[in-house]
Design a protein around this ligand. Structure first.
Ligand code: CP
Ligand code: NVA
Length: 301
């Protein structure tokens, strides 16, 4: 793996290696041990869209590793005035040891990688969010002690995070069921790719049927960044896909409820579930930092 653009850029063994490194780094941070393994190395962070977790977790990760992170708002760069993505990448990769990018079009992050001499990490595009899934797998392993042979049920919009979840589940032998309204299915190419990797992927419409025997329930926003113009239609179509107590009761008694955050309580997840005993959402958020540290080390050290 040189870049992480899609979850499928990683093999099963690379995922496990990164999760094991993340466990180790997490434990060292708790003990206050110095892990300045990226001393004097700089990471560029291009953002076309808003972020709380991704921006801060990457920045703190670089600080903990003894390196430096530069927040680059795409609007403040010459990118916003017509410099090409390719030229930007050629130039930045002569200064930096790595680059992360949160972009509207998946093609932008692919172009950055094509023109870069240093590793490029997709920090969310309209098509995927692999960093989120690494943290999620770390969290699942912490709660369930394994990844294999679990049932992961995605409820709601088959969006960018869902695409990466489908690929991630296939790579670690976890079953995934997506319950979504017609027209909100995950990308067909992603589903095909996951099945080619040996993944067990089921797409269905009925959330109550999907969640039976679930070990993991997963929610994400109904209106992703870039989808704002469709807000009313989405809220209407996705209304029956809320993760609430009624749905949680149909899953396994020890089901964990996940959400990549930011959450909209009362839309994709009820406040009771979000703040209830099954929710692991803030552990997930914390694990973004530990998983990304491991990823940065793997790609940049
Ligand atoms: N989950 C996630 O990527 O959060 P941010 O949008 O806050 O970075
Ligand atoms: N699907 C959401 C995820 C945010 C982290 C979005 O793209 O806005």
């Amino acid at each position: 793996m040189k870049h992480l653009i899609s979850m499928a850029d990683m093999t099963h063994d690379e995922i496990i290696e990164v999760l094991d490194m993340a466990d180790d780094l997490k434990e060292k941070r708790l003990r206050g041990k110095v892990t300045d393994l990226l001393k004097n190395r700089s990471l560029g962070m291009i953002f076309e869209k808003s972020s709380t977790r991704t921006r801060v977790s990457f920045e703190v990760a670089m600080c903990d590793l003894g390196g430096h992170a530069l927040y680059l708002n795409a609007n403040d760069m010459q990118l916003g005035r017509g410099e090409t993505v390719g030229d930007t990448s050629e130039v930045l990769s002569r200064y930096l040891y790595g680059l992360i990018a949160r972009v509207y079009s998946h093609d932008t992050v692919k172009q950055l990688a094509e023109h870069s001499r240093v590793p490029v990490i997709n920090a969310l595009s309209d098509h995927e969010h692999p960093c989120q899934i690494l943290a999620d797998l770390l969290t699942i392993r912490e709660y369930k002690d394994r990844l294999k042979d679990l049932k992961y049920v995605w409820v709601g919009d088959g969006n960018n995070v869902c695409n990466s979840a489908i690929l991630g589940c296939a790579l670690v032998d976890m079953e995934i069921v997506v319950a979504c309204p017609p027209g909100y299915e995950p990308d067909a190419d992603v589903v095909e790719q996951a099945r080619e990797l040996g993944g067990k992927v089921t797409i269905m419409n009925d959330p109550a049927e999907a969640v039976v025997d679930a070990d993991i329930l997963y929610a994400d926003v109904w209106v992703s960044m870039g989808d704002e113009a469709e807000r009313d239609k989405r809220l209407n179509d996705l209304g029956p896909y809320q993760i609430n107590n009624k749905l949680v009761e149909l899953a396994k008694p020890d089901v964990i409820v996940m959400h990549c955050l930011p959450a909209h309580r009362g839309e994709e997840i009820s406040a009771e579930v979000m703040d209830g005993p099954h929710s692991v959402v803030f552990d997930q958020a914390e694990n973004r930092m530990h998983a990304q540290k491991a990823l940065l080390l793997k790609l940049m050290a």
